[in-house]
Design a protein around this ligand. Sequence first.
Ligand SMILES: [Zn+2]
Length: 159
Amino acid sequence: MKIKVGFGFDVHQLKEDHPFILGGEKIHHPAGAFGHSDADVLVHAICDALLGAANLEDIGYHFPNTDAKWKGISSLILLEECTKLIKNKGWELGNIDAMLCLEAPKIKPYIPAMKAHIAKASGLEVDDISIKATTNETMGFVGRKEGVVAYAVCLIQKI
Ligand SMILES: [Zn+2]
């Protein structure tokens, strides 16, 4: 069986009184991620991991932020599109492992809902999706609550 691995990274600014969507779930917090789509840093990192595994460029190539079509769109739709792109190239998803890095709030209560959204968009089982979170120990732009970072890896296998 042929398998490949992909890696993704994303970062967004945090702004006060801005909606905060992570993994398709609304996070209750005084600040939120700012960006062209819904600024879902977790789903963006996962999309880049999928595309990278199948050697299909990156999220900006397929969904340019200059295209009004993608403005304010749910990033879960982008994840659905990425899943289709890798299927069209003869691959299926194996699993996703992701890491969020932000100072606040605590993400643990939101993780089951995030996994359910990502499972629905990607066609994976919930048990094949791992989402973890850590802080930056108050250091740097993440530590100053100026931004949020996500990393993801995924495995794909030849259909
Ligand atoms: Zn992004």
